[in-house]
Design a protein around this ligand. Structure first.
Ligand SMILES: *Cc1c(COP(=O)(O)O)cnc(C)c1O
Length: 361
């Protein structure tokens, strides 16, 4: 009995290609850190880290100590930065694993200093989340803390290049980081911020989305290769008559003789309930609309307009593909494409298209 689980295919060579695209967008002196938090945006921490370290990526950002330990088991010679900060429980883990916490409060900086732990300093410049404020940096300096390996901040509005907050955050970042030892390396931007210009790049950029094929800055043409494909199996095909309805609450009613396909993917697999009645999937290259509500394990599609011989039970239906990137599903679900990746990646069977041998340096 073959599996009816939906499959998220991950193209590892495309992740490498996207790393090289970012490489070409920044000066050769700018270091690129790969952001692999949340299980590499749902795509699988170990596989993504291995793929990137194969082409020379030497620095990673993870969400927490647990992820950091997974990365360290997999690759020994890379920097691992932990976004959640420094947790005092199990403080030895940082030294043993050479893990670098991103300190978000003065207390964390003091703990890193007294425990002689290398750390990254996060500054709050307008995101309104984590990091030290100006007054906190000022008073911290007096206590002569250990100097950070890197000082960083994070832009709130980089997806919109015309947003004045970008400039404001950059100016605050320059002013606040000037209070530290001048040779301290600096990092401000993530994927979208790269296209704001080289004066935003500083010494290091932190790239997540772009590696996974997302075009957050809406670059035209899109230089990033698609990385994921989401496919699910057609498990049933039926005719319904005009006037018959489909799914919970009967939100779709046939206005003609309709060929209905049932596909084994539902909101459990990250196909958002919100896409009901408007997202198009693809069957054998033909667009097929989702009709009725998405249920937990299934959804229905309209196969009426595609050649009958193409729509067979067991056929694959694509919900994310080269022609329908995660951005399309995200728009339909009123969310961001990163959430689409994280949710589908966490709940579908992942299959990896390996890097063809001979293509690696
Ligand atoms: C998630 C994250 C990034 C990466 O963001 P992308 O837009 O996905 O490239 C960079 N820096 C910080 C602090 C983050 O939380």
């Amino acid at each position: 009995m073959r599996s009816c689980e939906p499959v998220l295919s991950v193209d590892l060579a495309a992740i490498q290609a996207n790393f090289q695209v970012v490489r070409s967008l920044v000066a050769s002196t700018v270091e690129i850190s790969a952001v692999v938090k949340s299980d590499a945006y749902g795509l699988g921490l170990e596989r993504v880290v291995g793929t990137l370290s194969d082409i020379g990526c030497r620095s990673f950002f993870v969400a927490n100590v647990k992820e950091a330990i997974r990365v360290r088991r997999h690759v020994t010679q890379v920097d691992i930065n932990i976004l959640e900060g420094l947790r005092k429980v199990g403080i030895d883990a940082y030294r043993q694993g050479r893990l670098i916490p991103v300190c978000n409060t003065p207390a964390e900086v003091c703990a890193a200093t007294s425990n002689k732990i290398a750390y990254v300093l996060n500054l709050e410049t307008g995101f309104g989340r984590l990091g030290l404020r100006l007054d906190e940096v000022r008073s911290l300096i007096h206590s002569k803390p250990r100097m950070p390996e890197l000082v960083m901040s994070h832009l709130a509005c980089a997806d919109d290049a015309t947003n004045p907050c970008n400039r404001l955050q950059k100016d605050r970042f320059v002013g606040m980081s000037a209070m530290l030892v001048p040779s301290t390396p600096r990092s401000l931007v993530a994927s979208a911020g790269v296209s704001l210009g080289s004066d935003y790049h500083f010494d290091r950029v932190r790239i997540g989305s772009a590696l996974y094929g997302l075009n957050n800055a809406h670059l035209d043409p899109n230089p990033f290769k698609p990385v994921v494909r989401l496919s699910a199996r057609l498990i049933n095909i039926r005719q319904i008559h005009r006037g018959e309805s489909v799914g919970y609450m009967g939100t779709f009613m046939a206005d003609r003789l309709t060929c209905l396909g049932i596909v084994a993917i539902g909101y459990r697999h990250g196909l958002a309930w919100q896409v009901a009645n408007h997202l198009s999937a693809e069957c054998a290259g033909w667009p097929v609309r989702i009709i009725g509500r998405v249920s937990m394990e299934y959804c229905a599609i309209d196969l009426t307009d595609i050649p009958a011989k193409l729509a067979r039970i067991g056929a694959w239906v694509d919900f994310i593909s080269v022609t329908a990137p995660p951005e399309v599903m995200a728009r339909s679900a009123a969310t961001v494409p990163q959430e689409v990746l994280v949710r589908t990646g966490a709940s579908c069977t992942r299959r990896y298209r390996p890097v063809p041998s001979g293509q690696q340096p």
